[in-house]
Design a protein around this ligand. Structure first.
Ligand SMILES: NC(=O)c1ccc[n+]([C@@H]2O[C@H](COP(=O)([O-])OP(=O)(O)OC[C@H]3O[C@@H](n4cnc5c(N)ncnc54)[C@H](OP(=O)(O)O)[C@@H]3O)[C@@H](O)[C@H]2O)c1
Length: 257
């Protein structure tokens, strides 16, 4: 990835006359303490980004990413995360809203607790972080927001009622946010992974992850999506069954306004 020239911490262009230091691009990844987020964080580090891992717990493995303790379900925690990063680095190039939980439920056993947890982390977390980060990206006139939904957010499945609804919300939020932010030079995409071997399924009684993908494979596909050449494509689906990165734009939707 190209580095940008900096003057006293502020980017002044691609070829300034008096460059005094170089800084890396800055990426915030929520939910990078493990699973897909941790693998994505490693890819960004190899691509010479300054990476901020934002989760409630520190990553269990060693990493060169900066850790900022964050609970994305709390608006104030998201505000502090974005404030700390902009104060220290003066910019945010990438925000990955990856933090997520999966509490399985049905309409019969639905509880306020599972409903709230699925929505507060998966939906509100993405809203809160995007809300604060977008202000900075609009100021910069650049940036990219990557929302991690799920194949359950573009299809219908039993047994994960409120999780699936939360992931459909993430897709809707992403499309609407994309329309708003594209005029400011900010790219918004949404990635829908299929089954991946992580701890997301720890609330299941049985092991459901037998044929699931490795999180590093998935993280590689997310990176491919964010660096795509077809800029009009913004919704990506990668399922464990066909392992094909499917790309959709607004023109691919059956219902147009
Ligand atoms: N694995 C799959 O098959 C699959 C399929 C489709 C979509 N996804 C999506 O992919 C994303 C990553 O999931 P994963 O599979 O990698 O699961 P995972 O291994 O359980 O990791 C989830 C991450 O989210 C963080 N997190 C959870 N609640 C949080 C909160 N309130 N604030 C901040 N961070 C929080 C966790 O860190 P802390 O606990 O330390 O906070 C952890 O780093 C999720 O959005 C998930 O819905 C996964």
């Amino acid at each position: 990835m190209a580095l940008e020239w900096c003057y006293a911490g502020n980017v002044v262009g691609s070829n300034p006359t008096v460059p005094i230091m170089k800084i890396k691009k800055v990426a915030i990844i929520t939910g990078a303490s493990k699973g897909i987020g941790k693998c994505l964080s490693d890819i960004f580090l190899k691509s010479e980004y300054t990476v901020i891992n934002a989760s409630r717990n520190r990553p269990s493995e060693k990493t060169n990413a900066i850790f900022i303790k964050t609970d994305v379900s709390e608006k104030e925690s998201c505000r502090k995360l974005i404030q700390k990063v902009t104060r220290k680095f003066g910019r945010i190039d990438v925000l990955v809203n990856n933090a997520g939980v999966l509490h399985p439920d049905t309409i019969e056993n639905l509880s306020d607790k599972t409903l709230k947890s699925n929505f507060q982390t998966n939906v509100f977390g993405a809203f809160f972080c995007s809300y604060f980060a977008a202000k900075q990206m609009i100021k910069q006139k650049s940036g990219q927001i990557i929302n991690i939904s799920s194949s359950a957010g573009v299809s219908f499945r039993e047994g994960i009622l409120s999780y699936a609804a939360s992931k459909w919300s993430v897709v809707g939020f992403s499309g609407a946010l994309r329309l708003e932010l594209q005029k400011h030079g900010v790219d918004v995409i949404c990635f829908c992974p299929g089954g991946t071997k992580t701890q997301l399924f720890r609330h299941y009684k049985e092991d459901v992850s037998k044929d699931f993908m490795d999180p590093s494979e998935l993280a590689g596909k997310i990176s491919e999506a964010m660096n795509r050449s077809e800029k009009e494509k913004w919704l990506f689906v990668y399922s464990r069954k066909d392992r094909v990165l499917k790309k959709f734009g607004f023109e691919d939707y059956p219902v147009q306004q």
